[in-house]
Design a binder for this molecule. Structure first.
Ligand code: AMP
Ligand code: MG
Length: 636
C-alpha cells in the first residue's frame, strides 16, 4: 500500500493522448441478419442481384402499349380487349398486342409487348373489354429491373452501424448473413459486497450495477460485452479472473475494490505480465484508473461507484472502442448547454455529474456530493483544476450517459404519489429528487429546480407561505396543490387508538427537513399542551423520534419489517403496504414554481394536469383536490 504514495498520476490531457494511441484489431465474424442490429459492418457489401430482378408494375391496372392510349380522354375513352390477368409472383409468359391490355397487379412482371401500365382508377372494365380514359407515356408505372439496386453496386459501406434500414437492404439483396466487427470487451466487477440482480439481497450487500451498466455502454459503442460476473475482494480470485478475461477478450475492464487494493493487484499483474501505462489519472473520480497492456490487451480499472465508473468509461474507454472499430458514436454523446446555476469546484480536475433539464445544466450530486445511483444524473462535465467557480449561464459541454432522454421538468422536495400521477398524465419526463420540503425550498431559492414540492406548516397551521416569506423568496409563485390525509401507520396486530399512545411505541420518523415530520411535530405540540407538558418533554419520551426515513414508503417498510411500531404518513402508503391507518390531520401539498417559467409549455402542461378533473378523480384514497387546487399566489 505504501507504494501508492509514490505513484505518479498523469494529467487528463496526457491520459487522453495515451488513450488515442490505444487501438485494438477487432475480429470479423458472420452474423445472421436477425441478430445483427447495432453491429458494425466489417466490409463493403456489393449487391449480387438486381433489385428488382425484372420489370414490374408499381400499380394495380392494365399492362398496355402506351401509344394505344395517346388519343384516349375522359369524354372519348379508348376501348381495348382484355386478354388475361397477371397476379404478383406469376412467372407465366404473356404477350400484349395492339388493341389489347392485360390486367396486372402491383409487383407483377410486365408482359412482353407492353411498355406502360394504366392505373385501374383511369379505366372501366366492361365484360371482355376495358375503357381507357387517360393517356400514359412509355414506362409509366413500371419499375425497371435494377432501378432500385444494380447488381455489383455497393449497397452498404464498411463501418456502418446496422439498423432496421440496413437489415432491410441486406434482406432485399438476398443476404441472410452479414460480416460484422467483433470487439470483445470483458467486464469484471469486484467487491465482496456485491450481489447479482435478481437474487435476494443479503444484509449489508448491494446489487452489482456496474457489470450491466458497463456492458450496455460497451454495446452502445458497438462493442461486444462479456460479463465475467462478481469477483470477491481477493487477490487470488482477481488474478484468476483477469487472466481468463485477458486470454479471451480484446479489452478488459474491472470495476471497484480500489480500497481493497484492486488497483494494486492490477498494477502487480500488469507489471508482471505486461506494461503499465498509468498508475492513475489526476481527476476525481479517476484516481484509481490504472491503464495497462497485457499481451496486447488494454486492461483498465474503473472506480466502483456506478456513476464514477460510467463517467470514466465515457471519457477514457469509449474512445478506445470507437477508434478500434473505426466508427463515430451513433448518437450525440456530447451536448453543449448552459449552467442553470453556479457551481464551486474543489480546485482539482473533476468529472462532475450533472442533470440536463431543457438545455440547462444542474449539479446532480444532491447535496452531499456522494452520488451512488445513476438515476439523477444525465452526464458529466469536466471541471479544470484551476477553475474555482463556474458561473450560471456559462456554456459547458456535457458528456452524456448513453442515449438518454433528459427530463422536461425538475422537481425537488417532498415525495408524493400525486407527483407520479402528474408525470403519467402529462407524458413529460420529471426529474424528481425526493429530499423533503426544506431541500425543495433551498433548491428553488438557489434556482436549481423548476418546482419545489412542499408541505411545510407554520405554528398557525398555514402551509408554505410563511416559509416563502421567511426565506425572502422572490420571483416565485405558490401554486396550491391538493390535500392529503396524514395519520398513524402501524401493523394490524398492534392496537393503536390515537396519537396519545405514541410515547409507548417505537417511532420511525421522517427525515429532518421533511414537511411531514414538521406536521407531526406540530401535532405533538398540540398534544403536549393538552397534557400540560412542553413539546420537548413529550418528544424526549418518544423512542425513535430522531430516526429519518426519506419517503412514505420507506416508513411503511420499517413498520412492516418490525424495525418500528409506528410511523406517520399518507393513507395510500399505509394501504399499499397492507398496514393500518388512523387519520390525524390533513396537509396541503403545494408547488412553488419559478415565476419566469409559468408561461413555458412544460409548466403549462403541468398546471393544466393539476387543474384537470381527471387528476382529481385519479388521486389515490386519502388525497383530494379542493377549491384552491391549481390557484396561483404570486410573490415578488
Ligand atoms: P470501491 O472502489 O470498491 O471502494 O467501491 C466504491 C463504492 O462503489 C462502494 O460503495 C462500492 O460498494 C460501490 N461499488 C463497487 N462496485 C460496484 C458495482 N459493481 N455495482 C454497484 N456499486 C459498486
Ligand atoms: Mg469494493
Amino acid at each position: 500500500m505504501e507504494r501508492k504514495e509514490f505513484r505518479e498520476l498523469i494529467s487528463v490531457e496526457d491520459a487522453k493522448k495515451l488513450i488515442e494511441q490505444i487501438k485494438v484489431q477487432p475480429e470479423t465474424i458472420t452474423l445472421a441478419i436477425e441478430k445483427a442490429v447495432g453491429q458494425i459492418i466489417a466490409d463493403d457489401i456489393p449487391s449480387g442481384v438486381d433489385v428488382p430482378a425484372f420489370n414490374r408494375s408499381i400499380k394495380d391496372g392494365y399492362a398496355i402499349r402506351a401509344k394505344e392510349t395517346y388519343q384516349a380522354s375522359e369524354p372519348e375513352p379508348r376501348k381495348l380487349r382484355c386478354i388475361g390477368s397477371i397476379p404478383a409472383g406469376c412467372a407465366d409468359k404473356f404477350f400484349v398486342d395492339e388493341e389489347e391490355v392485360i390486367e396486372i397487379s402491383t409487383g407483377a412482371p410486365i408482359p412482353d409487348g407492353a411498355d406502360a401500365v394504366i392505373m385501374v382508377e383511369n379505366t372501366k372494365q366492361t365484360e371482355d373489354s376495358v375503357l381507357i380514359y387517360q393517356a400514359v407515356h412509355i414506362g409509366e408505372n413500371i419499375m425497371r429491373a435494377g432501378s432500385d439496386i444494380m447488381k455489383g453496386e455497393r449497397v452498404l459501406r464498411k463501418n456502418t452501424r446496422i439498423s432496421s434500414r440496413e437489415i432491410g437492404v441486406l434482406a432485399s439483396i438476398g443476404m441472410n448473413e452479414v460480416p460484422v466487427k467483433r470487439l470483445l470487451v470483458g467486464i469484471i466487477s469486484t467487491g465482496t459486497e456485491l450481489i447479482k440482480p435478481g437474487e435476494a439481497l443479503e444484509l449489508c450487500k448491494i446489487y452489482d450495477a456496474n457489470s450491466y451498466a458497463i456492458a450496455a455502454a460497451i454495446e452502445e459503442c458497438g462493442g461486444t460485452p462479456r460479463i465475467y460476473g462478481i469477483v470477491h475482494d481477493d487477490e487470488q480470485l482477481m488474478e484468476e479472473a483477469l487472466e481468463k478475461a485477458i486470454e479471451e477478450c480484446d479489452i478488459v475492464l474491472t470495476s471497484g475494490s480500489t480500497s481493497a487494493g484492486a488497483g494494486d493487484i492490477m498494477y502487480k499483474i500488469i507489471e508482471q505480465k505486461g506494461e503499465t501505462l498509468t498508475h492513475g489519472i489526476a481527476i476525481k473520480p479517476g484516481k484509481p484508473v490504472v491503464i495497462g497492456m497485457i499481451k496486447n490487451v488494454p486492461t483498465i480499472g474503473l472506480p466502483g461507484n456506478p456513476t464514477s465508473a460510467l463517467s470514466i468509461f465515457n471519457v477514457f474507454v469509449a474512445p478506445i472502442i470507437y477508434n478500434s472499430l473505426g466508427i463515430k458514436p451513433s448518437f450525440k454523446t456530447k451536448l453543449t448547454a448552459v449552467m442553470g446555476t453556479g457551481i464551486r469546484s474543489g480546485g482539482r480536475e473533476e468529472l462532475f455529474p450533472v442533470g440536463v433539464v431543457r438545455g440547462k445544466v444542474y449539479p446532480a450530486d444532491k447535496t452531499s456530493g456522494a452520488i451512488t445511483t445513476l438515476s439523477d444524473a444525465d452526464g458529466t462535465i469536466e471541471i479544470r483544476a484551476h477553475t474555482e467557480y463556474i458561473e450560471a449561464g456559462s456554456e459547458v459541454v456535457v458528456s452524456m450517459f448513453g442515449n438518454v432522454r433528459s427530463p422536461d421538468i425538475m422537481l425537488v422536495g417532498g415525495q408524493c404519489p400525486g407527483i407520479d400521477l402528474l408525470e403519467d398524465m402529462t407524458g413529460l419526463v420529471f426529474r424528481t429528487l425526493n429530499m423533503g420540503s426544506s431541500a425543495g425550498f433551498t433548491a428553488i431559492s438557489s434556482g436549481t429546480t423548476d418546482i419545489a414540492c412542499v408541505n411545510m406548516v407554520d405554528a398557525e397551521g398555514n402551509y408554505n407561505s410563511s416559509t416563502i416569506s421567511k426565506m425572502n423568496l422572490e420571483n416565485i409563485a405558490l401554486v396550491k396543490g391538493y390535500r392529503r390525509e396524514l395519520g398513524l401507520i402501524f401493523a394490524p396486530a398492534k392496537h393503536v387508538y390515537g396519537l396519545e399512545e405514541i410515547s409507548k411505541l417505537k417511532l420511525i420518523n421522517r427525515n429532518r427537513g421533511s414537511g411531514t415530520r414538521a406536521i407531526l411535530e406540530r401535532e405533538l405540540g398540540t398534544l403536549a399542551e393538552a397534557k400540560g407538558i412542553t413539546k420537548s418533554e413529550l418528544i424526549k419520551g418518544i423512542e425513535g423520534y430522531n430516526s429519518g426515513s426519506k419517503t412514505h414508503r420507506s416508513v411503511c417498510d420499517a413498520v412492516k419489517s418490525g424495525k418500528a411500531d409506528i410511523g406517520f404518513g399518507i393513507r395510500v402508503a399505509a394501504e399499499e403496504a397492507g398496514l393500518e391507518f388512523i387519520p390525524v390531520t390533513e396537509d396541503e401539498f403545494d408547488f412553488v414554481i419559478q415565476k419566469d417559467l409559468l408561461e413555458i409549455k412544460e409548466i403549462q402542461i403541468f398546471l393544466s394536469a393539476l387543474r384537470s378533473e381527471e387528476f382529481s378523480k385519479r388521486l389515490p384514497p386519502g388525497m383530494n383536490t379542493y377549491e384552491m387546487t391549481g390557484k396561483v399566489i404570486s410573490f415578488f
